[in-house]
Design a binder for this molecule. Structure first.
Ligand code: GDD
Ligand code: MG
Length: 361
């Protein structure tokens, strides 16, 4: 089976991290975001992944592909747009790569969503319903910033609801039409490609509404957690959900425990943690990080190579690669430090600061 991951967005909402790294390669749970998806695709039997990119292909992306093609024994290729083609145009551009002689459906994924990826169940669901296109949906409190799906019938039970057909699809609705939203994971028959022209096209605004009107669009309710991690606050919420999922499903493997560790904490084995620290809940510490003595960390990510000096406190924030937080400094309140940023001793950064302030020039 084949899959395409839409990785062409500019990642502006995740600046300043995305000044140094393309969004799909920003670490989440100590590995690049898209690696979570590529591994899930492999587990579901996908052998070939196409990465749909639209900007200049950075060296770092090429290196990632080379490394993981080998490690995962999968074919990973690029399909590069000369101008942004939106969320459907890239499928038309990669048409030849997606069509399989056996006529099998293929997966399409947004690159910035995190969940349990029940892709095998999705394949079954797609076949059982004879769908032309299946999308994963999930419930959220504020549906207005997503694509909203209205089911054909208000089913009586959750079980029946899972089998409902999509009546209509409304991208970022201005008025409330429902709370079930597009989770950014699709399984499409090759015939969907015949509906897409090679121009800038939105799959959400132009393609899904049409398929729904022909009663060929189905929605599978995603079990478990889901989050679009394309902006800092949601990234940290997604991290909390992900760590909680690991606690329930693979606790010993990735989470650490011991003196001074509270709740769910993931730390790379090469990270060094000093004495009398208080770490957690909901913290991820990357490879080669140094957490000096007396440090307090909670609800935060400290990425590869960063150093948090004595008695500093980092909460609800992201510390980018190779950055330093000085002794007795405080970084809080959804602050995002980019790569190689240095917070002086005793400095307080307590609100979402403008990217240019924390990005080293
Ligand atoms: N190749 C390519 N070219 N990819 C693109 C382009 C483009 O021109 N524009 C966007 N993308 C990619 C992004 O990198 C991302 O992976 C995906 O398409 C969706 O774009 P976002 O910018 O993240 O969209 P969104 O979060 O506002 O909304 C989308 O995701 C929601 C779920 O997270 C929509 O699909 C919504 O319907 C959905 O609910
Ligand atoms: Mg998004």
């Amino acid at each position: 089976m084949k899959a395409l991951i839409l990785v062409g967005g500019l990642g502006t909402r995740l600046r300043p991290l995305t000044f140094s790294m393309p969004k799909p390669l920003v670490d989440f749970g100590n590995k690049p975001m898209i690696l979570h998806q590529i591994e899930a695709l492999k587990a579901a039997g996908v052998t070939e992944v196409v990465l749909a990119i639209n900007h200049q292909q950075p060296e770092v992306m090429l290196n990632f592909v080379k490394e993981y093609e080998k490690k995962l024994e999968m074919k990973i290729t690029f399909s590069q747009e000369t101008e942004p083609l939106g969320t459907a145009g890239p499928l038309a551009l990669a048409r030849d790569k997606l069509i399989d002689e056996s006529g099998k459906p293929f997966f399409v994924l947004n690159s910035d969503v995190i969940c349990e990826y029940p892709l095998l169940e999705m394949i079954k669901f797609h076949k059982n319903h004879g769908a032309e296109a299946t999308i994963m949906v999930t419930k959220v409190n504020d549906p207005s910033k997503y694509g909203v799906v209205v089911m054909e019938e208000e089913a009586a039970t959750e079980e029946e609801e899972e089998e409902a057909r999509v009546k209509s699809f409304v991208e970022k609705p201005k008025h409330f039409v429902g709370d079930k939203i597009n989770a950014g994971i699709y399984l499409l028959n090759p015939s969907v490609l015949d509906r897409i022209q090679l121009r800038r096209t939105s799959i959400e605004k132009e393609i899904f509404p049409k398929i729904a009107s022909e009663k060929k669009l189905y929605a599978m309710v995603l079990p478990g957690f889901w989050m679009d991690i394309g902006q800092p606050k949601d990234y940290l919420t997604g991290q909390r959900m992900y760590l909680d999922y690991l606690r329930k499903n693979a606790p010993g493997e990735l989470l650490v425990s011991g003196d001074g560790i509270i709740g769910n904490v993931m730390a790379d084995e090469t990270a060094v943690i000093g004495d009398r620290c208080l770490i957690g809940p909901d913290v991820v510490i990357g490879a080669g990080c140094v957490i000096e003595s007396g440090v307090r960390l909670f609800g935060c990510t400290v990425m590869r190579g960063a150093r948090i000096k004595e008695h500093a406190c980092v909460s609800d924030s992201i510390v980018g690669w190779d950055s330093t937080v000085g002794s007795w400094a405080r970084v809080a309140d959804i602050t995002v430090l980019g790569k190689d940023v240095h917070v002086a001793d005793a400095e307080v950064i307590q609100m979402s600061v403008k990217p240019e302030i924390v990005q080293k020039v």
